[in-house]
Design a protein around this ligand. Structure first.
Ligand code: SAH
Length: 216
């Protein structure tokens, strides 16, 4: 192993330890965080900070979420192998790759074509088979619905009902909702025709912009 590869592995190990210390327990999530090279998703000027537990800027004034947030949301989604998962807000593509690494069949939507093109290159480079398109993800992706999991990685004013409608029986939706300054993660679980809601406070995301999101 050359020195830089070794450094990345040591840093990724340290990141996993940080996440465990912050309460992440799902072994599948931790293994995926260890496997997916986050430094390849960030701008070269931030590469050295890729394994710190912080959000970092990407193009189009967006951010790659903080690793803790990615881990927490993925844990809340309770992803199982072969689950069909919809992600709204592809951004860098990192979260989509974490889900794919865990064996999910991933569908992801991004409103900025520039970001999506870049993310698609990453999917190819790392060998993940992920379906993606541009558009407004607040209305979901009805062609492939229903989904076992739906994860929204941008903050909404409220839970888009179109997404709730695309949940499979037994499915879970994880979405930050609140003001544009701070949000809670809302977890919607579907059991037959019953929908359960719970939430965890204290998160900060870029805004979800669209028909069932913020207007801008
Ligand atoms: N999951 C990403 C995080 C990106 S930040 C990652 O791992 O890097 C959230 C992303 O949501 C931004 O790229 C933003 O452009 C996108 N977004 C915001 N509103 C959207 C909408 N209505 N539909 C699809 N993408 C949206």
């Amino acid at each position: 192993m050359n020195r830089s590869v070794h450094r990345e592995h040591t840093e990724r190990e340290a990141l996993v330890e940080t996440l465990v210390a912050k309460g992440i327990k799902d072994e599948g999530v931790l293994a995926a965080i260890y496997s997916v090279p986050r430094h390849t998703f960030v701008d070269p000027i931030f590469e050295r900070r890729a394994y710190e537990d912080s959000a970092l800027p990407i193009d189009c004034q967006q951010t790659i979420s903080q690793p803790y947030t990615v881990a927490k949301m993925t844990e809340l989604l309770q992803v199982k192998k072969y689950d069909k998962v919809l992600e709204v807000g592809t951004g860098s593509g990192y979260q989509a790759c974490i889900l794919a690494e865990m064996g999910a069949r991933v569908f992801t939507i991004e409103r900025h074509l520039d970001l999506l093109n870049r993310a698609r290159k990453m999917f190819d480079k790392l060998g993940y088979n992920i379906a993606s398109r541009t558009g407004d993800g607040t209305v979901g992706w009805s062609e492939y619905a229903p989904y076992d999991g739906i994860i929204v990685t941008a903050g909404a004013p409220e839970v888009p009902q179109s997404l709730v409608k695309q949940l499979a029986d037994g499915g879970r939706l994880v979405i930050p909702t609140g003001s544009q300054q701070s949000q809670s993660l809302v977890i919607v679980t579907r059991k037959g025709s019953e929908f359960g809601y719970s939430e965890i406070g204290g998160f900060k995301f870029v805004p979800l912009v669209g028909k069932e999101g913020w207007q801008k």
